[in-house]
Every structure is written in C-alpha cells, then in structure tokens.
Ligand binder design. Structure first.
Ligand SMILES: Nc1ncnc2c1ncn2[C@@H]1O[C@H](COP(=O)(O)OS(=O)(=O)O)[C@@H](OP(=O)(O)O)[C@H]1O
Length: 220
C-alpha cells in the first residue's frame, strides 16, 4: 500500500475510534507489528509516547509453535525439518522462512530502536507468563503506571489445560482458560535440527539479552 494511502486510511480509522477519556488507556494488539519494517515509523508518527509491549519466547519453541499453527490450517505442508534448511547437508538455515525469521528478536528490536527509546518498550517473557503469570503481569502493570490490581489471586493452574487460567473471566463469575488454539501439542522435531537451530539463534539471543538487560534463559 502506498504511503499516502496508508496515512489516509489510518486517519479515517482513527476518527472512527472512541476517544480515550481521562484515566483510560487505549490498547491495540497485533503480533505482526513487531516484525513489520514500516510499523515503528508509522506508530511513532501517530504518537511518539506510545508504550510498546512484546511477548517473546524461546525462538526455537516459537518457530515450532508457528509451524504447528500453520499445520493445523494446512495439514499438507512439508515437514518442519525440511522447511528449516536451505541445504540440510551443510546445515544452512533458511532465514527467509517466517517461522525462523520472526525469532531473530535482536534484529527486529534494532528497527524499533530507530524510533523508540528502550524505556518505552517492555518485553514480557512467554515462559514466565506461563510459570508465573501474576509476576509477569505485575511488570506490565508497573510499566503502564497502573496499580497492581491483577495478582496471583486471579489465577489458578488448570491441570487439564496444562496452563494457568483466570479464576473469573471479566464480567462473569466462571473460570476462563484461553481457547483450543493456545497451547496446542507440538509435533516431535528431530533433536539434531533443534540443536542446529539453538546454535543458530544463540548469538542473536545474546545480543537481545544485552539490548533488553534481561536474561531470558533460552540458552541455558
Ligand atoms: N495461560 C495460557 N494458556 C494457553 N496458552 C498460553 C498461556 N500462556 C501462554 N500461552 C502460550 O501462548 C501461545 C499462543 O499464543 P499465540 O502466539 O498463538 O498468540 S497470538 O497469535 O500472538 O495471539 C501458546 O503457544 P503454543 O503452546 O505453541 O500453542 C502457549 O504456549
């Protein structure tokens, strides 16, 4: 889409949105923004004060999760192993495959840092979001300047789902877990391929830990 056209469409959509009143925060969630080249400039042009929150998980598990999601919609796609490599014999990874490309977090972050200071970006650990949802959400609330309203009292671990769930969904008195598309069983991947991917991501992960000041622990 042309740049001018984008601004026009965007401002039209903006006008349709309800106003943010005193004491309210407007939020918008689109996973693909983090890896979209044009997104930082566009969001910064709209408001330089925007706070950005990104959930990141081990890029290897992320790639397998991404593949699992595609597989659920298109069961005939090639194996994860064959999509991973440009050349399996030499171990050359196909970095143009989006499932691999998205996990190079340091590269994407570099792009955002051209427009936003690090203090305006919060990285949430996907692993901690499962093992300690209240702790991770505590960080989110602090980052947004909110009181810590959501605490561990709000969660319980659902053995059947294998994930934390809310004791009460918003506006309801019933427990609520995320849907069937969250927390799918991943296929077994050749351990050698997983190992090769770990090696591939290690330097990018190290750079990402340095940039964010947080050791996410994907390379332990
Ligand atoms: N509480 C809880 N319940 C269920 N799932 C949870 C939860 N917390 C985090 N996760 C992890 O979220 C992963 C799915 O998120 P998605 O990446 O599909 O979300 S989104 O597409 O960006 O909206 C999903 O990844 P998969 O396990 O690969 O399905 C989960 O591991």
């Amino acid at each position: 889409m042309g740049r001018d056209n984008w601004y026009l469409r965007c401002s039209q959509r903006w006008d349709l949105m309800p106003k943010t009143l005193e004491g309210q925060i407007t939020m918008e969630k689109t996973p693909s923004y983090f890896v979209t080249r044009e997104a930082p400039a566009r969001i910064s042009a709209m408001s330089r004060d925007t706070k950005l929150i990104v959930v990141v998980r081990d890029p290897v598990t992320r790639a397998i999760s991404d593949y699992t999601q595609t597989l659920s919609k298109k069961p005939d796609i090639p194996s994860f192993e064959s999509l991973t490599f440009k050349n399996r014999t030499t171990g050359l990874i196909d970095t143009s495959w989006s499932a691999i490309q998205i996990g190079i977090y340091a590269k994407h972050l570099d792009n955002w840092l051209q427009y936003f200071p690090m203090g305006q970006i919060l990285f949430v650990s996907g692993e901690r979001l499962i093992s300690d949802p209240a702790g991770e959400l505590g960080r989110v609330q602090d980052f947004l300047g909110l009181k810590r309203i959501i605490t561990d009292k709000h969660f319980y671990f659902n053995q059947t789902k294998g994930f934390p769930c809310l004791k009460k969904a918003e506006g309801s008195s019933k427990p609520h877990c995320l849907g069937k598309t969250k927390g799918r069983t991943h296929p077994n991947i050749d351990p050698e391929v997983v190992q090769r991917l770990r090696e591939f991501y290690r330097p990018f992960n190290m750079k990402f830990y340095q940039m964010t000041g947080r050791i996410f622990g994907w390379d332990d």
